[in-house]
Design a protein around this ligand. Structure first.
Ligand SMILES: CC1=[NH+][C@H]2[C@@H](O1)O[C@H](CO)[C@@H](O)[C@@H]2O
Length: 485
């Protein structure tokens, strides 16, 4: 069975396959609008290829049932049982139902992903699955600053990652080359398309209405949006728009990919008025619990200023009801335990991050030599960078988030996230080529128990996903490590 991420427990029941037919219907219990919406989502997945009407009903005669309650496997866990009479998905919460639906989707033949009718048998293998994630946070990050992606492209990306139970989308909205989110109280940030992007291509920005639409779209797929305003470094675009943020000197627009040269001025009160306005507006548009403040590569910020800055802005974010995420340098500001450092180094000893974990912080793991999907697969990969090394599929798969940093074990790990920095990626196809098949690998790293993970099994399972991506029009890299079908 080619399910990715690998479920916790699978008990096949030979001879108990369920066949979908023209009379197949989906039951969701009356009173749960969310369950009903998940039922409609599933029906919309099944109708095009099967050609069946697949009504969603609260009639208990349906053969596919989505029920809330009695799962006993936590907020994202589910139980999926299939026999000749039908398929039952049971979960304690809607997110678990949605996870079970993604598994059901993968239990059906790959042809189910076809947008057009495919005349064939549609069977679900008999058996029982009990499943729940190892870590609560499995994410992907899109860098909209270096090269912008339209709302529709980001929605397509959300559809794709939700299929692998990835439940967070981190949007890197601001950087030296561009500012990609409308802020009403600082309108010049997005004048001129928010900056032109790397090599002068890739300008653009999300209006607040578009951002709100994206957040809602993602939430319907149980993907939480995490917005990032990178500071105090990586701020050249803001300082081009507002010289007062740069001591009165207009910064020069940048389209190169250098880092570490820009900094907000920690000693100027206007800096904190700016942060307050930006955080206030963004927090109001973000139902998710996190706001990412960046904090990486603040080489132009004196250490003392960095600490002062972080100690002043962390309370601003928390006052607006959000938890702070920051790249792991934030740990040097001795932040409160509520702040989540996002680790982007490589495995080893990182005392400041370990100290934060000891104080009770949880760490989000994005080791750059494992999870950075902007790294080339091999030296001859046309797209991507190579400063963290080459990441073939096996490198993205064979690592343990609880064994990256000395002193940061299972209990300290919030989860995993795969960043896609976009210096060299301009189109959604570029992003997809770097994302597939490595993101399913990282999704399994974040979801599946260690004893359920095995490279030989994964490489064969992911090979069977290529027809799904092709039918969905998702580009992917045909890594020689995978026995593609
Ligand atoms: C956290 C972090 N800061 C840097 C680093 O990762 O590498 C990325 C490219 O791989 C680059 O785009 C980013 O600005």
């Amino acid at each position: 069975m080619g399910v990715i991420p690998a479920p916790m427990e699978v008990r096949p029941a030979p001879g108990q396959d369920f066949r979908l037919g023209p009379d197949t219907a989906i039951f969701t219990e009356p009173g749960s609008a969310e369950a009903r919406r998940i039922g409609e989502y599933l029906a919309a997945l099944l109708r095009p290829a099967t050609g069946y009407p697949i009504p969603v009903t609260d009639e208990n005669t349906a053969t596919i049932t989505l029920r809330l309650g009695g799962g006993g496997l936590g907020p994202e866990g589910y139980r999926l049982t299939t026999n000749v009479d039908g398929v039952s998905v049971r979960a304690d919460a809607p997110a678990g139902l949605f996870a079970g639906v993604q598994t059901l989707r993968q239990l059906l033949p790959a042809d189910i992903e076809s947008p057009a009718l495919v005349a064939r048998e549609w069977t679900v293998p008999g058996g029982a699955i009990a499943d729940r994630p190892r870590f609560p946070y499995r994410g992907a990050m899109l860098d909209l600053a270096r090269h912008f992606h339209t709302l529709d492209e980001i929605k397509a990306f959300v559809d794709q990652i939700a299929a692998y139970k990835v439940n967070h989308l981190h949007l890197h909205l601001t950087d030296d080359q561009g500012w990609r989110i409308e802020i009403l109280s600082w309108p010049k940030l997005t004048a001129g398309d928010g900056g032109s992007g790397v090599d002068g291509a890739g300008g653009g920005y999300l209006t607040q209405a578009e951002y709100a639409e994206l957040v809602a779209y993602a939430a319907e797929r149980y993907v939480t949006v995490v917005p990032e305003i990178d500071m105090p470094g990586h701020t050249n675009a803001a300082q081009v728009a507002y010289p007062e943020l740069n001591g009165g000197i207009a910064a020069t627009p940048r389209t190169d990919t250098a880092v570490g040269y820009s900094s907000l001025r920690g000693g100027d009160e206007v800096t904190y008025a700016f942060v307050e306005d930006v955080v206030r507006e963004l927090a109001a548009l973000t139902p998710g619990p996190y706001l990412h403040v960046g904090g990486d590569e603040a080489d132009a910020t004196p250490d003392g200023d960095y600490r002062t800055f972080m100690r002043r802005i962390i309370p601003i974010v928390e006052r607006h009801g959000k938890k702070v995420l920051g790249w792991h340098e934030i740990a040097k500001a001795d932040p409160p335990a509520s702040v989540v450092p996002q680790f982007w180094g490589s495995a080893g000893t990182h005392p400041e991050v370990a100290a934060a974990a000891t104080r009770g912080a949880r760490v989000l793991m994005s080791p750059s030599n494992r999870a950075y999907l902007d790294m080339k697969y091999t030296p001859d990969t046309p797209l991507g960078l190579d400063w963290a090394g080459y990441i073939e599929v096996r490198d993205a798969y064979e690592w343990d988030p609880a064994a990256q940093i000395e002193g940061v074990g299972e209990a300290h790990v919030l989860g995993v996230e795969a960043p896609l920095w976009s210096e060299t990626m301009r189109t959604l196809a570029d992003v997809e080529t770097m994302t597939y098949p490595r993101l399913p690998a990282i999704a399994e790293v974040g979801w599946s128990a260690v004893d359920r993970r095995d490279w030989e099994s994964f490489r064969h399972r992911v090979a069977a996903h290529a027809p799904r991506w092709t039918l969905r029009g998702t580009a992917f890299h045909r890594s020689p490590q995978i026995p593609w079908e």
